[in-house]
Ligand binder design. Structure first.
Ligand code: PMV
Length: 360
């Protein structure tokens, strides 16, 4: 497929106004996307668990303009209030997606959005937010076209979400999403994410993700800046190569349910992401003392309890604890006894792998 496949030929239905709502979850990458080429094309393939509770709900109301606008016309409400600082990101999203959604300047839009997780928690809302908005726009396009093949709908929703934020391409569906061309996954594409197409052992069903909120106030390195740090990075090529290999190795891990190998890949990916930031110019350390304390606690507990809890990190200080559902009680106790003390205001969020966005 090429991006031309996402340019619609013509619409047959006339819609003057309407409203659509989607709830889209966030996702947590196992093999990380870090580094991109022009037009939001990833420098390496990535794979993620779609989450369930951490989500954005977006309602898109649309009203046809009497005369097609010269610019995009939209209002943005976040948690019921106007949020001007979110508007530039949406405008950029409209600019990037207009070639594929030629109706954008024909309507005035009101975008009402809210998150289930606290805004300042350090959980990025771009993946869930851009995915929810892309799905709302696809719903409008489906109405204008009268009908649409479900696989085209799914691919194009992910394609549009990607143009908003790369990781958003992996939030439109679930439970495991893969984005970026990978030789051992012939269906994979740089343009959109696909549902992981191979066998997944039942130990990964209902996998748990508890997000420990270590440092909620700290500003993360913006992902635009972060991805750019991979240009001319001394270890970039080796890193991209490693991501390909880790994805290949994960295929067997998923098939066999090999949790020890899963842990090695996932923790190494998290530390590599941070190593890339520490070795770029300029350099950053996004982990906090409590992030490291938690990692050491996890290692000690895993060794002593023979459980399969592991960690992963985003571009920030929060720690995602991943573990199989059948170890939930033991791990919850461990979190309460040993990890809550390292969370800011004792806060953490219990989530698990989910099936993807839903129309409400
Ligand atoms: O989607 P972006 O551009 O915000 O990049 C996200 C990058 C990471 O969250 C650090 C990794 C990933 O694959 O989600």
């Amino acid at each position: 497929m090429t991006k031309k496949d996402f340019i619609p030929s013509s619409y047959i239905v006339h819609k003057t106004e309407g409203k659509v709502t989607y709830r889209s979850p966030s996702n947590i990458a196992l093999v990380k996307y870090w580094g991109k080429k022009e037009n939001q094309i990833p420098a390496n393939p990535s794979i993620s668990f779609t989450l369930d509770s951490c989500a954005t709900t977006t309602t898109l109301s649309y009203r046809k303009l009497k005369v097609r606008g010269t610019d995009f016309s939209f209002d943005l409400l976040f948690e019921g209030k106007p949020k001007p600082d979110f508007k530039p990101k949406i405008k950029t999203f409209f600019e990037r997606t207009e070639p594929y959604l030629p109706f954008l300047k024909d309507y005035h839009f009101t975008i009402e959005t809210s998150n289930t997780f606290p805004h300042s928690s350090g959980i990025a809302s771009s993946a869930s937010g851009m995915s929810a908005l892309a799905l709302c726009l696809m719903e409008l396009e489906r109405e204008l076209a009268n009908d649409m093949d479900p696989s085209h709908f799914a691919n194009k929703a992910s394609f549009l979400a990607r143009l908003g934020s790369g990781s958003a391409s992996r939030s439109t569906e679930g439970p495991i999403m893969q984005w970026g061309q990978h030789k051992d996954t012939p269906e994979s594409s740089d343009l959109f994410a696909i549902k992981y197409p191979y066998q997944v052992h039942e130990v990964f069903h209902n996998f748990q993700d508890t997000i420990l909120l270590v440092d909620q106030g700290t500003k993360q390195v913006s992902s635009t800046l972060g991805h750019n740090l991979m240009h001319n990075h001394p270890y970039a090529e080796q890193r991209f190569d490693q991501a390909h290999k880790n994805l290949t190795n994960l295929q067997l891990v998923f098939k066999e349910g090999n949790l020890s190998e899963f842990i090695k890949i996932v923790e190494s990916e998290a530390l590599t992401l941070h190593a890339m930031m520490m070795t770029s110019m300029p350099y950053f350390i996004l982990m906090k003392p409590n992030t490291l304390a938690i990692i050491n606690k996890i290692w000690a507990f895993r060794e002593a309890s023979k459980t399969h809890v592991c960690f992963t990190l985003d571009a920030g200080a929060n720690v995602h604890l991943l573990y199989p559902e059948n170890e939930k009680e033991k791990i919850k106790q461990f979190i309460k006894n040993e990890l809550v003390a390292y969370c800011e205001n004792g806060q953490y969020i219990c989530d698990q792998i989910g099936t993807g966005a839903k129309k409400l």
